[in-house]
Design a protein around this ligand. Structure first.
Ligand SMILES: [Zn+2]
Length: 85
């Protein structure tokens, strides 16, 4: 079954959720995960990762969009259309 363009989809056809969708992207590279010595209000050391993902390189683009609730593939987003959503 061919997936429809995600632009035309407003809810999951499997579970009916209207929350949203996600894409899975393969990434390669190291992440720098920074932790502060200072403890936060929850008593734990806080993370300090403003640019955590900047050092990752994009791997292969995957256009499939999955329902955030039931995780089934519900649509597709061609790479050329990312900026048009
Ligand atoms: Zn769903």
């Amino acid at each position: 079954m061919k997936l429809q363009h995600i632009k035309t989809i407003t809810e999951c056809k499997y579970c009916g959720a209207k929350f949203g969708y996600y894409q899975k992207q393969f990434m390669s590279g190291w992440i720098q995960d920074n932790t502060l010595f200072e403890k936060g209000s929850n008593g734990r050391r806080e993370k300090y990762n403003p640019e955590m993902w900047d050092s990752l390189n994009n791997g292969k683009y995957n256009p499939t969009c999955y329902c955030m609730d039931c995780h089934k593939p519900i649509g597709t987003l061609p790479l050329k259309d990312i900026a048009t959503l």
